[in-house]
Design a protein around this ligand. Structure first.
Ligand code: FES
Ligand code: FES
Length: 214
C-alpha cells in the first residue's frame, strides 16, 4: 500500500487534476515508478518470511533425522526412546511388532543400514543419519520381494504376529548370502520366535526365495 500511495502522491503533486496536461509521458513515468516499486517489493521487503521462535528452533535442533524406507524423516522423541516406538507411534508404521521388549523374540526386527536390529532395544539416537528399513519398505528390495512371494506361496503365516520380524531377518540373510545352507538359515532365524510353530514353513519359504533370487 505504501508503494501505491507514494506513486499516486507523485502523480497528483505533478498533476493535481489527476490527468497529465503534457500527455502520456508523465503518466508513463509515474506508472513506471509504481511498477518498479512494486517489483522491488516483491523481490525483498514485502516477502513474508517464516519466523521460527526460539523454543521451536531449539526443538528442531534436538530432532533426530534418518532415512526411513527411503524417505528422509525427523523424530521428536527423546534420544533414549526405543526405535520401535518411534516407528510405530511417531511414524505410524505399525508392521513392526512388540513382543518381549528385551531383544529376545525378534518380533521387532528392522534393518539399520542393512543389518538386522531389534528395534525394541535400539535407542533413537542410534538411528541418527542411518538407513532404517521396516517390513513396510522391505518389498522395495529384491530379497524382500521374493521372500514375500515365497511366504504367500507357502502359506507361512498363522496368527501372523511374528512374521514381519521373520521376513526382516530372512531378508538380511539373503542380502548377504544368496544361497544359504540349511545351517545358515537356521542360525540366521534362530532369534525369531514363533508361538504358532510355523518354523518348517518359514524354512521352506526362505529356501524357495533363495532359489528365486536372480
Ligand atoms: S520385542 Fe524386540 S526382540 Fe522381542
Ligand atoms: S505366526 Fe503366530 S507367532 Fe508366528
Amino acid at each position: 500500500m505504501a508503494a501505491v500511495a507514494n506513486a499516486r502522491t507523485i502523480d497528483f503533486m505533478a498533476f493535481p487534476s489527476g490527468r497529465s496536461p503534457r500527455g502520456d509521458f508523465e503518466n508513463s513515468t509515474a506508472t513506471a515508478l509504481l511498477r518498479r516499486t512494486k517489483s522491488r517489493c516483491r523481490l525483498r521487503a514485502c516477502k513474508p518470511k517464516r519466523k521460527i521462535s526460539l523454543p521451536e528452533a531449539e526443538e528442531e535442533a534436538k530432532m533426530v533425522s534418518f532415512v526411513l524406507n527411503g524417505k528422509q524423516v525427523s523424530a521428536r522423541s527423546e534420544d533414549s526412546t526405543p526405535l520401535l516406538w518411534v516407528i510405530r507411534d511417531e511414524m505410524k508404521l505399525t508392521g513392526t511388532k512388540f513382543g518381549c521388549g528385551a531383544a529376545l523374540c525378534g518380533a521387532c526386527t528392522v534393518h539399520v543400514n542393512g543389518q538386522p536390529a531389534r528395534s525394541c532395544s535400539t535407542p533413537l539416537s542410534a538411528a541418527a543419519g542411518k538407513r532404517i528399513t521396516t517390513i513396510e519398505g522391505i518389498g522395495q528390495t529384491r530379497e524382500g520381494r521374493v521372500l514375500q512371494e515365497a511366504w504367500v506361496a507357502n502359506d507361512v503365516s498363522q496368527c501372523g504376529y511374528c512374521q514381519p520380524g521373520q521376513i526382516m531377518s530372512a531378508a538380511a540373510l539373503l542380502a548377504k548370502v544368496k544361497r544359504p545352507t540349511d545351517a545358515e538359515i537356521e542360525s540366521a532365524m534362530n532369534g525369531n520366535v514363533c508361538r504358532c510353530g510355523t518354523y518348517n514353513r518359514i524354512s521352506l519359504a526362505v529356501r524357495q526365495a533363495s532359489r528365486n533370487l536372480k
